[in-house]
Design a protein around this ligand. Structure first.
Ligand code: ZN
Length: 335
């Protein structure tokens, strides 16, 4: 019996489409909530090669929505990429899964996209998303975008030379700073958005271009709202898909984050200003926060403190590990 029999019975895929999937390679950036559902669906569908990168390890609060992990992964603090690979290969040993435990940055993204047909977004922050958008449009690789927080999600399938790009649809830095770690998340929205990301990827890889959705979709499953913005003309001044400047590929990780030696602190400077009153309100629900006229100090229960200055600098105290500091920053501050 062929394990893909039911999928091949679906007429648009058939035997030919199944072979195309087997011959394809994808990069999934982030193996958490979105990345986990994406990887699970693609592995079971018989996607030939899955390259998976994630910088984090499994924690108890992940299990509510990150379907590839279990309590044993939490006990052993297994890196998400490794735990994900183990589960994926257990469900399908015919495919190749490559797990990379690292932060996807401008320093390694060129290597990561080698031989890749589609990049799928399972990240939790816009600086990585704009980098993925830029590298994909630079190299002509489709970018399956998805983002979720609270009960809301957004998704689109961007194709270089054919559709506008993420930068045409969202201005960099325009995010409202809400993250799953500050306003929460319910898991059904994860499954919905990642399922859209996978469906468009399968349509593309099996050559069903006419069936691609061609919209930027926004869904709120709690307040029952749904919008589709047609992917029409790119913005003329777009620095990515029109002017080919790719600004997100020019920043380096070290420009944004600096280790303050001997102080067990990493400074991250990504925003040009931060309103201390607003950030106090936002962080109060998850940390012990004190404000002085000059700074805000937020103490989290994992022995990490954030010191936030109104010029946008954030000191992550309690670590000298840049990747860990960036992970915590994206969790609590977002982008
Ligand atoms: Zn664009």
């Amino acid at each position: 019996m062929n394990r893909y029999a039911r999928q091949m019975l679906f007429n648009p895929i058939g035997e030919e489409g199944q072979q195309k999937l087997a011959d394809s390679s994808v990069l999934i950036v982030g193996a958490g909530a979105l990345g986990g559902v994406i990887a699970n669906q693609l592995a079971r569908a018989g996607l030939g090669k899955i390259r998976l990168i994630d910088r984090d390890y499994v924690e108890l609060t992940n299990l509510q929505r990150q379907i590839l992990f279990d309590e044993q992964d939490v006990e052993k603090s297994v890196p998400k990429a490794i735990a994900a690979k183990n589960k994926l290969q257990a469900s399908n040993s015919d495919i190749e899964v490559e797990a990379i435990v690292a932060d996807a940055t401008v320093d390694n993204i060129n290597d990561l996209i080698q031989g890749i047909d589609v990049v799928l977004d399972g990240t939790d922050n816009f600086s990585t998303r704009f980098m993925l958008n830029d590298i994909c449009f630079k190299h002509g690789i489709p970018y399956s975008y998805g983002g979720v927080v609270s009960s809301r999600g957004m998704t689109s399938f961007f194709i270089p030379e054919q559709t506008p790009c993420l930068r045409c649809m969202i201005s960099e830095g325009a995010g409202d700073g809400q993250t799953c770690d500050t306003v929460g998340i319910i898991s059904p929205i994860v499954d919905i958005i990642s399922s859209y990301q996978v469906t468009e990827t399968i349509k593309y890889l099996t050559g069903h271009f006419k069936n691609l959705r061609q919209t930027f979709k926004t869904i709120d499953i709690w307040s029952n709202q749904q919008f589709d913005i047609k992917l029409a003309q790119p913005k003329k001044e777009c620095l990515t898909c029109q002017q080919h400047i790719y600004p997100a590929l020019k920043k380096t990780m070290n420009e944004e984050a600096t280790i303050l030696c001997g102080r067990d602190t990493v400074q991250i400077h990504k925003k040009s200003e931060m309103n201390l009153v607003k950030w106090k309100e936002r962080l109060e629900t998850i940390a012990n926060v004190t404000r002085t006229p000059f700074l805000l100090k937020a103490q989290f229960d994992n022995n990490i403190d954030f010191v936030i200055f109104s010029d946008g600098r954030v000191l992550v105290q309690g670590t000298e590990d840049i990747v860990k500091a960036r992970t915590l920053y994206d969790r609590y501050i977002g982008s």
